[in-house]
Design a protein around this ligand. Structure first.
Ligand code: ADP
Ligand code: ADP
Ligand code: ZN
Length: 215
């Protein structure tokens, strides 16, 4: 099974992808996570991407498609893939088709999480993650069960992304509207898009996605 989770920044893609990984042993392929790892490791890709990401603009199509291709090669053919935050442009959508064909995979579902923009800003400003295991949290919507302690690994260190500020979020949303939303018709034409209300509670969104996967 190969699925794309599509939606603006803060829509809940990462949150839902993590649950699918847990429930189905699928693999989350988040270009954002891959790029942040490259920035941290100061690889050539990371050095090129850092300033672009801080501005909330998009990194080049070639860079992200290469990251995805390499990850698919590394994981072998039998593991399902959840594309999270990729593709984000028409060129990336085309590149993904070619990459999947090369790996003998086909796209089963594109799930679009629909959310309103004011909620997105609030979600992104409140977002934080465990510094040790990467588990995702929110100041209002998803606090750890014990204050200050990660539910998953017990760590007491958390971090926030440098691009999760109101100004950058507006740029990221504008990028989504201008470059990412227009790729949906490509997948609509193939009849594989399901739109889900991303404003619902986290568990409700998960249930809806599970229904789609079972269909
Ligand atoms: P969000 O969680 O807000 O959807 P991501 O973690 O997916 O954000 O991405 C963070 C940043 O990394 C983006 O603002 C962009 O600069 C870069 N990025 C991630 N994925 C892509 C992609 N597929 N194409 C271009 N740039 C990307
Ligand atoms: P994305 O990967 O699409 O950028 P995230 O999954 O990181 O989005 O979610 C953004 C923030 O909103 C996180 O802090 C997360 O805990 C929270 N969140 C995710 N889904 C929901 C939801 N359905 N309702 C309320 N908060 C949510
Ligand atoms: Zn943790």
């Amino acid at each position: 099974m190969n699925i794309i989770l599509l939606g603006p920044p803060g829509a809940g893609k990462g949150t839902q992808a993590a649950r699918l990984v847990e429930h189905h042993g699928m693999r989350q392929l988040s270009t954002g996570d891959m790029l942040r790892a490259a920035v941290k490791a100061q690889t050539p890709v990371g050095l090129e991407a850092k300033a672009i990401m801080e501005r909330g603009e998009l990194v080049s199509d070639e860079i992200v498609s290469k990251l995805i291709d390499a990850e698919l090669t590394a994981m072998g053919p039998d593991v399902g893939a959840i594309f999270d935050g990729y593709p984000r442009t028409a060129a990336q959508a085309e590149q993904l088709d070619a990459i999947l064909a090369r790996h003998g995979r086909k796209l089963d579902h594109v799930i679009e999480l629909e959310v309103d923009e004011d909620a997105l800003v609030e979600r992104i400003i409140g977002r934080f993650t465990c510094a040790n295991c990467g588990a995702g949290y929110h100041d209002i919507y998803k606090l750890p069960k014990v204050a200050g302690v990660c539910d998953k690994c017990g760590s007491t260190e958390f971090k926030r992304r440098p691009d999760d500020n109101e100004e950058t979020v507006r740029t990221r949303m504008a990028e989504y509207r201008a470059k990412t939303a227009p790729i949906l018709p490509i997948y609509d034409a193939r009849g594989i898009v399901t739109r889900i209300d991303g404003m619902a509670a986290i568990d409700t969104v998960t249930d809806r996605i599970e229904q789609v996967l079972a269909s």
